[in-house]
Each structure stands twice: as C-alpha cells, then as structure tokens.
Ligand binder design. Sequence first.
Ligand code: ZN
Length: 485
Amino acid sequence: MLKIYNTLSRRKEEFRPINPPYVGMYVCGPTVYGDAHLGHARAAITFDLLYRYLKYLAYKVRYVRNITDVGHLENDADSGEDKIGKRARLEQLEPMEIVQRYTNSYHHNMEQLNTLSPDIEPHASGHIIEQQLFTEKILEHGYAYESNGSIYFDVEKYNRHYHYGKLSGRKIEDLISNTRNLEGKEEKKHPYDFALWKKATPGHIMKWPSKWSEGYPGWHIECSTMSTKYLGDTFDIHGGGMDLLFPHHECEIAQSTAALGKESVRYWIHNNLITINGQKMGKSLGNAISLNELFSGNHKLLEKAYSPMAVRFFILQAHYRNTLDFSNRAIQASEKGMERLFDGMETLEKIKPSGESTYDPEELSKKCHEALNDDLNTPVLISYLFEGVKQIHLIASGKGSLTTGDLEKMKKIFATFVYDILGLKQEEKPAQESVANDLIRLILDIRMEAKKKKDFETADKIRNRLAGLGVFVKDIPGSYEWEWK
Ligand code: ZN
C-alpha cells in the first residue's frame, strides 16, 4: 500500500484515490520566460517518479501539468511587469514567441531527463474565458470584489467561513505585517487580498477583454481553473515545488473552495528545493544553473559537463522532501554510483544459471517495493539496489549462484526499478570515447591471439604499451578485462 506525505494533513497517509483505478494528478508547470534550471528538474523528476510508480501499480493516471504563460508578475506579486511580457519587451519579440521558445526548450530538457510527457498540458493563455467564469463564480459567492476594473479575492471574508492558511500554516495576523508595501495596494481592502483579474495598465502587452476591464488573469486562478476543468471538482493529487506552497497553492485552495463550496484536492504533495554549494539558488546570486549549462558544462561553477542521467540520478538519490545541495563533488559521486548500478546490471546479463540459488531475489523485490511505498523513499530503494549489485558481483566471481528462475527474477527487478520506475537509461558515450574503447578491445583481441600462438613477447609489449596509456589489462582464463586507470 502506497503511503504518501500530505502537506495539508502534515502526515503520511495511505493513498486512496477517489475513483480507483482512475487517478487525477495536477502539477504546477513552468512559467516559460527563461531556460529551465535544476529546480524545474527536481519538480519534474519527482512527479515523473510518482506518475511512473502509480502506473506501475496499475492505476490509470491522468497527469495534467500546466504552462504558465500569462499573469505571473515579477516577485510573484500583484503589481509589476508580467515576466513574459518583460522578456518580450527586452528582446523585442511577441510574448507568444517567448512562450513558444521556452516551452520548446523546456520540453527538450524534460525529454533529455527522460521524464514522461503529461497527458494534458494546458496553457493559461488558452483558458482566459474559463478563468473569467471561475472568477465570476467566486464573485457570485461573495468572496471577491471589484475595484477600479480589477477583481480581488476577499481573504478576510473567506477566512470567516473557511481557513485561509491551512496549507502553509500562516496566520492572517502575520500576513498583515509581512505584506510588502506595493503599488496597487490601495485598490485592495486588505494588503493580503490577491488579484483574480487585473486591469491592464497602459503599455501592458498581454491583455484580453472582460466585463470588468481590458486586462489579464491573476497568477493563481489559472491552476484552480485548469485543474478542475480537466480533473473534476475534486481530484486526487496536486503537486509542485515547495516554493509554490505560499502564496500560490494557499490561494488556489481558497479560490477553489470559494467557487465550488468544497475543497478540490485530496493529497497535496511538495518537493523540496535545491541549494547550490549550500546557498539558495537565485538569479541575483549568479548561481542559478540552467539545465543547458549543466549538460554542456558551460557555467563558472561547474568543473565539467554532467549528463542528464547523472542529474536525474543525483536528484533521485535524495528523498524528495529533503533539501538537496548541489556541488561538483556530490554530483560526481552520483555519476560513479550510477555507473556502479549499470555495471552490476551488465554483469548480471553475463551470469550463467546454476542448479541452486544462494540468494533470494524475492526478498530484494519486497524491500524495493516497501521503500517506494514509504513516501517514495528513493534513497533507500537505491541502497537496496546497491545491495543487489554486491550480490551480483559475488555470484559472478563464483562465490554464489542463482537458478534460471531466480536469475530471470533478478533481471526483472533491476529492469523494473531502474528503467521503468526510476526512469534511468544507459546513455550513449560520446562518439570519440566509444571509438577509443572499440580500438582497445580490438588490440586486446589481437593480444589474445598472440598468446594463443605463444607469442608472449608481443602480448607483453601490448600490455605494457597500453598501461603507459592508462589502460590496465587483467588476464582471466580464456579472456581479459580492462579498465581506464
Ligand atoms: Zn499552479
């Protein structure tokens, strides 16, 4: 039975979908005004893991992940420039050109990270009418008000009947003192009220007609609107990064409850953030590493390029609810770990079955399932897989054995957990390196033939010359092994 930590109840709960085997899952996607970075990768991989595991458990999942392409203002505030509009102005492009460019780039990065595409990927800009209708419902129910052509959510009134702050644990009194003094605030009854619809200021590019004003939707309303449009008024899972917990998800709960009279989401799931060398990641700190920079090695903080699978494995080696600190040393350790895992799987393929088993794969399988069922505990799962790798090497070196049936079970376990659920895949080595490896194998095959002909002088010469190049050869009966030293 899968147990998952629900941010709303603050405890692990057994996962029971509303209408099994169907599962509705909504995840907040990117605001597409720049290249995706490590934070985007962690959210996408966390929910890709959950999506893959739910499908493995035979649920029929509808996974919706949105694209925010309007209404997300600078500093996540209710005033200031639209992030996409600003980028469009700076680059002298249509906002939709910015949206298209960074949506394509995001998709490319997600494919490199081997994340599965969502089943529906709605754009906020494609749901303006729906967002207006949703806003109207909140107005009808009395939880919003019009002010100078903009519509604001009435937090205080809502809090009289429901609980604003239940997700983040924040109290209204604290919010008052924390709300920054911002332009446009005088339109609001209270500083913590938030915009559902904003009247466009002169010069604002992205705007649509409405009965209230020519304007645009607030940032939060898109997710209330699109999640319930595609998954129904109540649905199972809502996910996103911890940075979205407040105000975005808190406001989303308030909007949906105000419009529909009940809560929409059963399980709120949040992945924790990534720090860089112990520091919070941020553009202003100059340490926001984009995925493209990571994959090419082109960033001052990087010692070298890291492959998409190394990044994926690095992220999965931490539990999704813990913070994860990126450093060259940490990801290089992950690279080695992943190599060890794949090396074990290759060795497994070479093992010949025996009449009896000295190891029970059933036990390994059970432990792997338990790890995932315990709130997707991937670091524990990976440690069990490493235990399995240790056994594989023992068996391959003759210190153990597996029957045909157990050998097949073992292969199935590794394929299922490593490829299907963790979503890892063997990456092609860069072309030059693979040619070099092929040449070494060719030379060592020739050396084998020389040995067969008792031409030990040639055999030794090849071995010594290769050693000089850093290639270490180990003779084993009838064959050889080699590695770079
Ligand atoms: Zn959202």
